[in-house]
Design a protein around this ligand. Sequence first.
Ligand SMILES: [Zn+2]
Length: 153
Amino acid sequence: MSDDPGGRLKITAHMTYGQMRKYATSLNVNIASAPNIGHGLAGVYDDATNSIVVERRMTYTQKRCALAHELVHWSHGDSFRDHVLHAKAERRARRETALMLIDPIEYASAESVYEGNIYDIAEGLDVTPQLITDYQYLLDAKRSIIKNERIRA
Ligand SMILES: [Zn+2]
């Protein structure tokens, strides 16, 4: 488990989809978009062809989050063909995508401005509501670790 996903992937909270595509190309990852990639997926990474396909029929924000997510899979060599590792790899990809695309200070400010409304926070930070949920899950986990450490101390 990495606490520093940005250390490997140079993706920041303010990168546009276009910048991310350019970055991916610089890493020699093939990026394409296609309609109806199937299974309700937003994107897939295939290690056999070293390519990421992003679902074309999505909003700009959804594409941005999907590309970042698939690049995390790429960085770990998580092929969508590997069903055994899949659940664990998927959790890691969601966690690392949230950490890359959400700035902690901006999140805290948006949470207070939008009074905790997930959809408004997501719009404010240009990410999907799913990513906000993933980020909140991380924050809760962090808070409970701190709490447990205090109890033990
Ligand atoms: Zn995934």
